[in-house]
Design a protein around this ligand. Structure first.
Ligand SMILES: *Cc1c(COP(=O)(O)O)cnc(C)c1O
Length: 436
């Protein structure tokens, strides 16, 4: 399977090149040249398969011969080595828990798969791959833990000082090995600007083989389709064969993967894109006008995106058929106050704790259900992160009942190591060169 750029469909590259480039030269996004269908028999019997088996089948169908069978199987077994259970909260309301990986967020699926794919394509004797990544919190942890110990790779993470939660900071700074953390005295935007400038710096590019672990990398999108299929498998086991997915959305990679799964033949009745105050897409779905906005800060900060990069991919899948797109996807946005109310409601109704992003998805799902009382589909909202990553958001009585996973406790004994810097590019460049 080759991949084309959404800005120039005639530019086609093999999977390896799409993965290492991350972004095509023309600043489009990579998409598969064709979207293959899974055979109907596989989908009808999908309840007989495990998550790694489903993941292998989906990846092989999409990538065809880009990676030989045995190697692809090994990559998947190593990358997708944690579960993604669908938990029933009430009749036709389920949460898909995507936070059982090492960084406790769904970004583990993308980061772990991508790191192993990159490592596979790095042939013996090739130059060390230097991954630069700017993070506001969740991406950095997933990328750090995804690449930890992966041969021939080194990761440098830039994060804004004082703006990530304690657990997020631990995930960035306690790894050692091939992972380095830099604390920037500035904002997330400053971190991102430094990384972007490094990619265009001639000297750095001559010295290092730089790549990005950005969420628009096609190797992060593909593995996110796996859990949509795996959800359907779990629902079939409960006798349900109609599903509505509600996805808390920021950069629209997660829901983009859901739509890709649908395009490949997964039966989905409805998608709901739930956002915080950054409502560019919900506004587009209502008015038909796509108007990017500067991002505003909210409690669900992993979704603070004013111009979601992956929207281009979604538009591409519908080839401009806005009517069909609007029928399949409904967009809704909620305020911080509604987010906190939703956290409390979920806690009181089900004795279950949701992170602020997940809370928005729950609210969007139950609101959609009450607007569509005739609907009988299983409603699944995506639990994108473990609540312990966002302790400041919760009222004290709820926060005190959050059960912190053992893996996090183990990290607490490790010594954090970070490098403090200001947002000056020359200083960052000097440091990279000195620490080659
Ligand atoms: C990244 C993230 C999101 C947003 O996902 P997109 O793919 O960018 O739409 C939602 N919730 C959490 C917890 C995240 O880390």
């Amino acid at each position: 399977m080759n991949f084309y750029s959404t800005n120039s469909p005639l530019t086609q590259v093999p999977f390896k090149e799409a993965v290492f480039n991350s972004l095509p030269q023309d600043r489009g996004l990579y998409m598969p040249v064709s979207i293959p269908q899974l055979d109907a028999e596989f989908i009808e019997n999908i309840d007989q398969y495990s998550l790694p088996e489903i993941a292998f089948k989906v990846a092989q169908t999409l990538l065809t011969d880009a990676i030989p069978e045995e190697e692809l199987k090994a990559i998947i077994d190593d990358a997708i080595n944690f579960s993604a259970p669908v938990v029933k909260l009430e009749e036709d309301v389920y949460v898909l828990e995507l936070f059982h990986g090492p960084s406790l967020a769904f970004k583990d699926f993308g980061a772990r798969f991508m790191s192993r794919v990159m490592s596979y394509f790095l042939k013996d004797g090739e130059q060390l791959l230097d991954v630069l990544v700017a993070t506001s919190g969740d991406t950095g942890g997933a990328v750090a833990l995804g690449f930890l110990g992966v041969p021939n790779t080194r990761v440098t993470i830039l994060y804004p000082k004082g703006k990530v939660s304690p657990i997020q900071e631990q995930q960035l700074t306690t790894n050692g090995k091939n992972i380095r953390a830099i604390e920037i005295d500035g904002t997330f935007d400053d971190c991102q600007a430094l990384v972007k400038q490094a990619f265009t710096d001639a000297e750095l590019n001559k010295k290092f083989r730089l790549t990005s672990a950005n969420s628009i990398n096609i190797a992060r999108l593909i593995p996110q389709t796996f859990y949509y299929f795996n959800t359907y498998a779990q629902l079939l086991r409960e006798g349900k064969n109609e599903v509505t997915f509600c996805v808390p959305s920021g950069n629209f990679g997660n829901i983009g993967a859901g739509l890709l799964a649908w395009k490949m033949g997964l039966p989905v009745k409805q998608f709901i894109a739930a956002t915080n105050a950054n409502d560019t897409v919900p506004a587009f779905l209502t008015t038909g006008v796509y108007q990017a906005k500067p991002s505003v800060q909210t409690l669900s900060n992993a979704m603070d995106v004013g111009n979601p990069s992956n929207w281009v991919r979604i538009a591409e899948m519908f080839k401009g058929d806005t009517a069909e797109l609007k029928k399949l996807i409904e967009g809704v946005s909620y305020t911080d106050q509604q987010t906190v109310e939703a956290i409390n409601q979920v806690y009181n109704q089900y004795n279950y704790i949701v992170c602020p992003h997940t809370a928005i998805a729950w609210k969007a799902l139950v609101d959609w259900k009450s607007r569509n009382p005739e609907d009988k589909s299983a409603g699944v909202f995506l639990g994108t992160a473990h609540p312990c990553k966002f302790p400041d958001v919760f009222p004290a009585d709820i926060e005190s009942t959050i059960i912190v996973p053992e893996s996090v406790k183990a990290m607490q004994d490790k010594l954090p190591v970070t490098n403090a810097m200001n947002s000056d590019f020359e200083g960052f460049k000097w440091w990279l060169t000195e620490n080659a």
